[in-house]
Design a protein around this ligand. Structure first.
Ligand code: GLY
Length: 589
């Protein structure tokens, strides 16, 4: 199938990416994913890495290098992913802290010519045992500063338990080896990244004294600047305890006591019992089909996979109706995508939460009949929203996604987060651990928007031990033989889902290279607020005007999410595409 890219809908600074893809796309006649090797040329190497063995695409080059070192020592993709994650807990403490949580998908390479089962480990934070549905209400009003800042904002963290469970279930190496470099980095110091500097500046006023002591420079009078050295002796001790005792080194003993007593002394409710009782959950992935590929992605308590599969389903319907023929960036194609986003996020708000506590009607939400019915609301000549505008909130950067593949083709996608930059801003004294503010991902009150402007209902109300609804969408796309072909995910709250969707749409539907698919301009819509977020200086004024005429209210914003993706070709070559919106790197074995 010949795929021609239409790039006239974008403004010049994005054009250099599209011109590469366009130049090559007209020569190709293979299926879109098979085209990408040819679409990859010297100019785009600047943004990507190619190799024929393993690869890691992550937010931090030092941690990714460490993961690749583990691959070279004979480790598999899980060993490398666990090493990278512990590395980033040191190098990127503002989003990869052990005080956070996340999700992991693992798809082993096919065995004996048959696709293997993929596994999900859910290590999302849980509400503490003393949590109550109305714990953030005062005089009947939700106080989101309590769910966003300080000791009361944290759920029970899951990163350590999740990574160690993955290692035990699927890994081959000893945790002591994987933790060795991160421990020495915490002891000897790392160079602060631009991203960490930005995050610390953004949250400095809400940080407790201990967080400022740990992440401040110049006698803790100001946030450390990019390039300054940051030594984290308390965190080194925590990592050593984990190395020695496994998960108990974090959740029990000295470290567990310090976390619980530090939080309680500051008005929080996480107890030793909450910590020692925390366990990750093994889940079955959500699966969808898109143009002959299998999309393996996150089930609840993330909304990510369900919304992604719905979005791909609506996109497929748009294609069948001939609405995508004007190609990438055309107003009509964007209109179809935004309408799909509106339908899916309306479902998310009503139906989705932790399925261990509240039934999520996944079967119905993903059924072909249901998607057919919902898609009938698309009106080509105008926007057709169910509701009016809401509150548009600023863009935080606070999450991290990384994609790993090894030379055997085993693939891992991990997204983890502390929610906001530096999470709750709270570090329990003596631990060096940035605690999350994931409680804000619950619906504090029906209709009250969270940090990301998302609303929710009873399905996502607070309950002890329940996990707040997430948007994280680590995803693995497999071919019909069960080979992992694309491994991806993103940081960026609800924009994660729409950015993963658009990356796959660009790659598989529009036939762009992976690099171009990640870099291309994006839009985001989440039903409420009713604005459509559009990346500043990207789509042309003509395209934007057409969208306005259809009835969309556009809001220009900075980069929409940070996607880190890699693609493996049938001959074993791998291309990594870190998002140019972030500071990430692709490191090849
Ligand atoms: N904390 C943001 C999310 O999980 O979607």
């Amino acid at each position: 199938m010949l795929q021609k890219l239409k790039h006239s809908g974008t403004v010049p600074h994005m054009k250099k990416y599209y011109s590469i893809a366009f130049k090559f796309s007209i020569l190709l006649s293979l299926s879109p994913v098979a085209q990408a090797a040819e679409l990859f040329d010297a100019e785009s190497v600047r943004l990507a890495r190619a190799g024929s063995k393993g690869m890691i695409v992550a937010d931090d080059a030092q941690a990714a290098e460490w993961g690749v070192d583990i691959l070279r020592r004979g480790g598999n993709a899980i060993d490398a992913a666990v090493a990278t994650a512990f590395g980033m807990a040191v190098t990127r403490p503002h989003f990869a802290s052990l005080g956070g949580g996340g999700f992991l998908i693992f798809c082993p390479a096919p065995r004996a010519g048959k696709p293997s089962d993929c596994g999900v480990i859910d290590f999302r934070e849980k509400a503490p045992g003393a949590a109550q549905k109305d714990m953030y209400l005062r005089n009947g009003k939700a106080l989101s500063r309590l769910s966003q800042n300080g000791a009361l904002a944290s759920g029970v963290p899951g990163v350590t338990a999740g990574l160690l469970m993955a290692l035990e279930k699927y890994g081959t190496m000893k945790r002591q080896e994987l933790l060795s470099a991160p421990i020495s980095w915490a002891q000897k110091g790392i160079r602060v990244s631009t991203n960490t500097e930005y995050a610390a500046k953004h949250r400095w006023n809400e940080m407790n004294a201990e967080a400022r002591r740990v992440f401040g420079c110049n006698q803790t009078t100001r946030p450390c600047r990019a390039g300054e050295k940051l030594v984290q002796p308390d965190l080194a001790r925590v990592l050593k305890a984990i190395s020695k005792a496994g998960a108990a080194g974090f959740y029990e003993g000295n470290v567990g006591r310090k976390i619980a007593s530090g939080i309680q002394a500051a008005g929080g409710i996480i107890s030793m019992q909450d910590l020692s009782g925390y366990s990750p959950t093994v889940r079955t992935p959500v699966r969808g089909q898109f143009k002959g590929y299998e999309v393996v992605t996150m089930p609840p308590p993330s909304s990510g996979g369900t919304v992604l599969v719905q979005l791909l389903g609506y996109f497929d319907r748009a294609e069948k109706a001939g609405l995508l023929s004007q190609g990438f960036g055309s107003a009509l194609s964007l209109h179809t995508q935004i309408h799909g986003m509106s339908l899916s996020f309306a479902d998310r708000a009503e139906y989705m939460g932790d399925s261990d506590f509240h039934p999520v009607p996944l079967g119905r939400m993903l059924s072909e009949n249901y998607l057919d019915e919902r898609w009938k609301t698309f009106v080509p000549s105008r926007a057709n929203f169910p509701d009016g505008p809401g509150v548009l909130l600023p863009e935080p950067q606070h999450t991290t996604h990384f994609s790993v593949i090894d030379s055997a083709g085993n693939a891992v996608a991990i997204t983890e987060t502390v929610n906001d930059n530096f999470g709750s801003g709270f570090v329990p004294p003596g631990t060096g651990i940035v605690m999350n503010n994931e409680m804000d991902d619950f619906s504090l009150q029906p209709g009250v928007p969270n940090l990301f402007g998302l609303v929710g209902a009873e399905a996502n109300a607070i309950a002890p031990g329940k996990r707040p609804l997430s948007s994280m969408s680590p995803t693995i796309v497999r071919d019909s033989n069960g080979h992992a072909r694309i491994v991806l995910g993103a940081a960026g709250g609800p924009r994660i889902i729409t950015s993963v969707f658009q990356t796959l749409a660009n790659r598989i539907q529009f036939g762009m290279s992976l690099v171009d698919s990640v870099a291309a301009a994006r839009v985001h819509h989440q039903w409420k607020p009713s604005h459509v977020r559009i990346e500043r200086n990207t789509f042309s004024p003509e395209t934007q005007e057409k969208l306005r005429l259809l009835g969309y209210s556009l809001e220009a914003g900075n980069g929409l999410a940070v996607v880190h993706a890699l693609e493996r070709f049938p001959d074993g070559r791998v291309v990594g595409a870190p998002d140019p919106r972030g500071e990430g790197a692709a490191i090849a074995e």
